[in-house]
Design a binder for this molecule. Sequence first.
Ligand code: PRT
Ligand code: ZN
Length: 286
Amino acid sequence: MDSLLRIAIQKSGRLQEGSLQLLKDCGLSISNGRDQLKSQARNFPVEVLFLRDDDIPQYVEDRVADVGVVGENVWVEKQRNNSLVRRLDFAKCRLSIAVPRGETYTGTNWLKGKNIATSYPTIVRHFLQKQGVEAGIHEISGSVEIAPGIGLADAVCDIVSTGSTLMSNGLKEVETVMNSEAVLIGSPDLEESKNYILEKLLFRIEAVQSARNNKYILLNCPNESIPKIQSIIPGMNSPTIMPLGKPGWSSLHSVVNENDFWEKIDLLKSLGAQGILVVPIEKMIA
Ligand code: PRT
Ligand code: ZN
């Protein structure tokens, strides 16, 4: 039988949509009907398993799945025999310690002898050890943010994204324990045939991630600005430059990174660029 790469993704929750979208953008055609446990891609040697995120590191260790998509927080907490294959750039959040808003927090010393409620006891234990602070850890599996309000703990360590959950529970964030995003984890000893499929998939993931981080930019500019504009948006290799019907003017096509996009647009405008068009890129292969 031909080899299949088994990828575990979250069955439902915050990682599910991003995981499926990534596979879809990589050209994999996957059906995900309700109550489906697994689905084989129609056009790529991959089988997708739909699981609870907490179970994925264990399943990858046990080789029920070859690779899996989980939050980095879950991967670190579970301490399984998995390697981090690639960061996936979605579901970004942080794991933070928060205390009641009225408290005067004086640094990690404040936590000494206190009780911290969390779903991430291993990560919190390591954090406290590193800080040289002894505190109690109270493990709870959900609704961690209500623990101080009901007298169950003095502080919490939980996932924060916008911060509004903490705020509406009268808590303030005081320490970032770790930053997290979705990651692809894998078994450290994949057989050759599976590794070959994984390499092919990683090549596609890279093309998708580059495309997401970049935009295609087209503009018109006076010829004397070309050298400067070229240094601002050098593109993947060098920009395409074509003469316009209007004498002394050219059209320039290049690629611009999402992160410094607006600053660059301002600079380009100050160099006389006009008719600037910015369009999304579907895939980008260097
Ligand atoms: O059912 P299953 O066990 O599979 O899912 P789950 O309920 O354990 O996980 P889920 O779907 O809630 O989260 C999966 C992963 O998404 C987490 O492990 C994180 O890596 C990532 N992630 C990103 C988040 C958030 N953002 C997030 N905001 N996980 C949880 N939250 C929660 C947080 O627990 C808190 O209750 O959202 C609230 C905070 O959000 P803000 O915006 O109010 O700060
Ligand atoms: Zn979970």
